[in-house]
Ligand binder design. Structure first.
Ligand SMILES: O=C(O)CCC(=O)C(=O)O
Ligand SMILES: [Fe+2]
Length: 226
């Protein structure tokens, strides 16, 4: 399931990140790639310990925790510090599946990658190509979103970024370990949360909303890994 999360960052926050990134030294994106992805990855990245990248990453994580749709759909346990990539003309990222386990540099802990996120920092009119395409049993889904918006997709899915043919595409990418490992259960909780929110909106104070919220939390208690 791919879910579009609009307005994670405000316009001002996007511009602040973009200004910071004019000062940083971009390196070959293969620095964080395993052998299979190295063969198909042609982009640039900000080094993981770059202070400007870390500052922008902290801003993104704080924004995600304030974004109800992200919280409901992902149920994050731990978020890997966001990284940043850039595709100039001719750059691309061929079909791959993300590594299952990532190490958090600052703490040395490992994180299981359940959900992948791309947060767009370039406006769609600033470049051609550069669509993120994810494959599932229903076919291929291509996305290109306004700056500040994010797309989440299962880390288990094959995906690629089509070649940029004009301009440059900058984005933030990162992985989340969810409280709920099983995507089916995570999806059920998401549907239930959405239904409860609609019930609260359409019928404020309805007794069933309290009961269903109880069921939601009891399922979360039953299924979560913390
Ligand atoms: O640039 C993107 O949107 C996705 C990057 C990606 O798939 C990766 O770094 O594994
Ligand atoms: Fe990927």
């Amino acid at each position: 399931m791919m879910i579009h999360i609009p307005n994670v960052l405000t316009r001002d926050q996007v511009l602040r990140c973009r200004q910071m990134f004019e000062r940083v030294a971009w390196v070959d994106g293969r620095v964080t790639a395993g052998p299979q992805t190295s063969a198909v990855k042609r982009n640039l990245q900000i080094p993981e310990d770059d202070p400007e990248g870390l500052e922008c990453g902290q801003m993104i994580v704080a924004a995600l925790y304030r974004t109800p749709l992200f919280m409901s759909a992902v149920l994050p346990h731990r978020i890997l510090p966001p990284m940043f990539n850039r595709y100039d003309e001719g750059m691309t990222f061929g079909s791959h599946v993300d590594n299952a386990i990532r190490r958090i540099r600052a703490t040395g802990e490992s994180l299981r990658t359940d959900v992948s996120t791309t947060l767009f920092l370039s406006d769609p009119e600033d470049y051609d190509g550069g669509e993120l395409v994810a494959e599932d049993t229903y076919g291929e889904h291509a996305v290109k979103l306004p700056a500040g918006d994010a797309i989440i997709y299962p880390a288990t899915s094959l995906h690629h970024v089509t070649p940029v043919t004009r301009g440059a595409r900058i984005s933030s990418f990162f992985w989340t370990q969810s409280l709920i490992r099983d995507p089916l259960r995570r999806g059920l909780l998401f549907d239930m949360d959405m239904a409860i929110m609609r019930l609260n909106h359409d019928h404020p104070g309805h007794a069933s909303a309290v009961q269903l919220t109880g069921v939601y939390h009891n399922l979360l208690r039953q299924w979560s890994e913390v």
